[in-house]
Design a protein around this ligand. Structure first.
Ligand SMILES: Nc1ncnc2c1ncn2[C@@H]1O[C@H](COP(=O)(O)OP(=O)(O)OP(=O)(O)O)[C@@H](O)[C@H]1O
Ligand SMILES: [Mg+2]
Length: 240
């Protein structure tokens, strides 16, 4: 379980997050919805240690992580699939995936069966299976996005942060990404999901938070948020 309490964070003098609290219970999918610039990516960065919070507490399974370095946070089981397809371009698909499992290979995370999980990732992302020996930098944008997600899952994480996994993808790939998120959820993977497709995110999620200018304005069960008139008007295009 990931717990964020009164988190404040930003960049130098720019205060972005003004004290937000979010809970991601084990086995659940929680979505964070908000307009461009609301602070969603900043939240993800603060949780994974890419930026240091200025106030508040973040705990992962009861252990404080808000003052740790990113690699220490990863060792505790937090995987971050960042905004904008970050893959290791000059490495193969397989090596990118094995790198996701690095803390397991070095013994700082429970090892489990890395080879079996690699096969499982390939089954989950068939496009990657076909291209396992291809250099990641030569994958299409959509395939790189899939690789970033698959690499996060290879940590065998306690929690996965997914920041806009469908960004820039063609509609058919967007559907595939949401199908994969639903599959991961079925397998019990705990996720904090940021998505521009708020309706689809609320459909797959158990619970949702709305972030406005660095503050949580509304939160509740995903099904309730989907029917909330203010949320619908602002984030779901007012229809369906
Ligand atoms: N490295 C940075 N330095 C300074 N300001 C930044 C930096 N990164 C983001 N910001 C600012 O922080 C605010 C929140 O940005 P953030 O990326 O968290 O938004 P977001 O909710 O993820 O938006 P989007 O939906 O566009 O991805 C914005 O005003 C942005 O300009
Ligand atoms: Mg963002």
């Amino acid at each position: 379980m990931l717990q964020i309490k009164n988190l404040e964070a930003g960049y130098g003098k720019v205060h972005v997050l003004q004290g937000i609290s979010i809970e991601v219970p084990k086995g659940q999918v929680v979505t964070l919805i908000g307009s461009n610039g609301a602070g969603k990516t900043t939240t993800m960065r603060a949780v994974s240690g890419m930026i240091r919070p200025s106030a508040g507490e973040i705990t992962l399974n009861g252990k404080r992580i808000d003052q740790l370095e990113s690699n220490q946070i990863a060792k505790l089981g937090l995987a971050h699939s960042p905004e904008g397809r970050r893959v290791f371009a000059t490495m193969t698909v397989t090596d990118n995936l094995l790198l996701g499992a690095f803390p397991r290979l070095t013994g700082s995370r429970p090892k489990g069966d890395v080879q079996a999980d690699l096969e499982r990732a390939m089954e989950l992302f068939p496009r990657l299976k076909e291209r396992r020996q291809q250099l990641a930098g030569t994958l299409s944008g959509g395939e790189q996005q899939m690789l970033a997600m698959a690499r996060a899952v290879m940590l065998n994480p306690e929690v996965v942060l997914l920041d806009e996994p469908s960004m820039g993808l063609a509609p058919i790939l967007v559907e595939e990404v949401f199908r994969i998120i639903a599959r991961l959820k079925q397998e019990g993977v705990t996720m904090l999901l940021v998505e521009q497709f708020a309706a689809a995110a609320l459909k797959v999620a158990d619970y949702g938070y709305v972030l406005e200018n660095g503050r949580i304005s509304v939160h509740g069960e995903a099904s309730k948020l989907m029917n909330d008139s203010a949320v619908r008007a602002a984030y779901l295009g007012g229809s369906h």
